[in-house]
Design a protein around this ligand. Sequence first.
Ligand code: HEC
Ligand code: HEC
Length: 251
Amino acid sequence: MRRWLLTALLLGSAVSAEHAERQSGYALLGDELRALQDDDFANPGMLWVDAGERLWSQAAGPDGRSCQDCHGDPTSLRGLANRLPRFDADSERLKNLDTLVRNCREQRQQAAALPHESEDLLALTTLIAHQSRGLPLDVTVDGAASAAFEQGRASFERRRGQLDLSCADCHERLQGARLRGETISAGMINGFPLYRLTWEGLGSRQRMIRWCNEAVRAEPMNPDSQGALALELYLAWRGRGLTLETPAVRR
Ligand code: HEC
Ligand code: HEC
């Protein structure tokens, strides 16, 4: 199965791993989608930024405090999203933007939990990541983070699912090949949360990982698990230096 699939995919423009490029999925967009991403008034992802701004100043929890009351303007979080996930030494756990927002919401604001991929969580994470638009991905992978980083790298290389393909098979070896009408990109995460036309909506980095796992019919990963966050850390490191585009637009 695997041989057959790889051969079928390789008929075309796939590149060898050494020539795989570290480039944003933006590079593969046609003129129309680029224009859509570039124009804040047309970019559908900006609707989530607007919704995030409304939530940011909305009082919640027993003390009726908003994010704004404690954090000031959202711009105070510029430079955060491009450095996530990060290893938190106290809890000895990796944290991504979703973890930080969900934790703060429950523990400090003491308001109703924000489930993964809920519109409210996406609105807040998109608003916060948008503050770092234009800043380079820059995660820490040494020191206390190094074990998690190696776990993420191994996960990226591990073959999985009924199709027995690894992330690297598609996003390095088959970069540029066509698959079901899509051109396989370098698999970068610098646009997230982003608007995908095929989703008719916005999704997080972890939703994309789930989508790719489904494509190879592999077991889904729990988005809170250290394994899923380690993979996200490795993806962020692979894209080091690429600038954050949130909210990006993809096919
Ligand atoms: C009661 C005050 C309070 C409220 C309300 C609050 N936060 Fe926080 N938040 C904090 C404190 C204190 C920290 C930890 C110190 C810091 O990093 O600023 C924190 C940390 C964070 C962080 C991690 C920042 C970092 O640099 O590591 C994020 C993201 C965050 N909060 C988002 C939110 C969002 C979104 C809301 C509204 C839904 C919110 N917070 C509401 C007090 C609050
Ligand atoms: C069968 C091939 C295949 C495999 C295996 C695969 N993906 Fe993908 N992936 C795709 C396709 C197709 C897309 C959508 C087109 C694109 O952006 O590359 C995509 C998109 C992505 C994107 C979004 C890129 C962007 O610019 O928005 C990320 C991130 C990603 N994949 C990560 C992964 C990870 C992590 C794994 C391993 C768990 C994985 N992929 C496994 C085919 C694959």
